[in-house]
Design a protein around this ligand. Structure first.
Ligand code: GAR
Length: 212
């Protein structure tokens, strides 16, 4: 069976990208990273792509006259890399229906909270963890979901809880959550690669595979 080709979109450090690369290399994931696209120059995620000889590009939205022109460039690069799944990994741009329609049900995102809490516009990266601590919740977590036209509103694939501890700072909590992200994202991508995810409206059904 041919491997699923992933297009990974990043804007930062790329620790999730690294986890995906490692899980491809170990054989856990029947997939390969075909291209990494960053919305910013100089981010560490690009170093990770270079180190693993993965094709990469920087597509800076500021350099395009419209959002549609920007997204057309992303679509062109991803399609010419024969990508079967677009993986948002710390990608901080919100994609419009124009992009979402080009990869219908083939875009995944990871968000560092238990959606629908602490998500939506303005909730990204450390801001999420700060909001979690300010609110005083005792449990937060990670969500992997398919991307639809909204922000963090698409059908949920997997979620995992992470405890919030008394002395947490946003940085400490972010690290605890990231540890879980690095496990759950490969799991979700593997289910997709195995054809085991069925979308029924808002719900994602995980169908049995050969392993269980
Ligand atoms: C991760 O925590 C990811 O969940 C979050 O950005 C971080 C990127 O880390 N994404 C969002 O907040 C999206 N709304 P990484 O670059 O080390 O993978």
């Amino acid at each position: 069976m041919s491997k699923l080709r992933l297009g990974v979109l990043v804007s930062g450090g790329g620790s999730n990208l690294q986890s995906i690369i490692d899980h491809c290399n170990s054989g856990y994931l029947p997939a390969e990273v075909a291209i990494v696209i960053s919305s910013k120059e100089g981010v560490y995620a690009l170093e990770r792509a270079k180190r693993h000889n993965i094709s990469y590009a920087v597509v800076d939205p500021k350099k395009f006259p419209t959002k549609e022109a920007y997204e057309d460039e992303l679509i062109k690069l991803l399609k010419s890399s024969n990508v079967g799944l677009v993986v948002l990994a710390g990608f901080l741009k919100v994609l419009s229906p124009h992009f979402v329609n080009a990869f219908q049900d083939k875009i995944m995102n990871i968000h560092p909270s238990l959606i629908p809490a602490f998500c939506g516009e303005g909730f990204y990266g450390e801001r999420v963890h700060k909001a979690v601590l300010d609110y005083g919740v005792k449990i937060t977590g990670v969500t992997v979901h398919f991307v639809d036209e909204g922000t963090d509103t698409g059908p949920i694939i997997l979620q995992r809880a992470v405890p919030v501890l008394d002395d947490d700072t946003p940085e400490i909590l972010a690290q605890r959550v990231l540890k879980e992200e690095h496990k759950i994202y490969p799991e979700a991508i593997k289910l997709f690669a195995q054809g085991r995810l069925q979308i029924h409206g808002r719900k994602v059904k995980i169908v049995k595979g050969e392993e269980n």
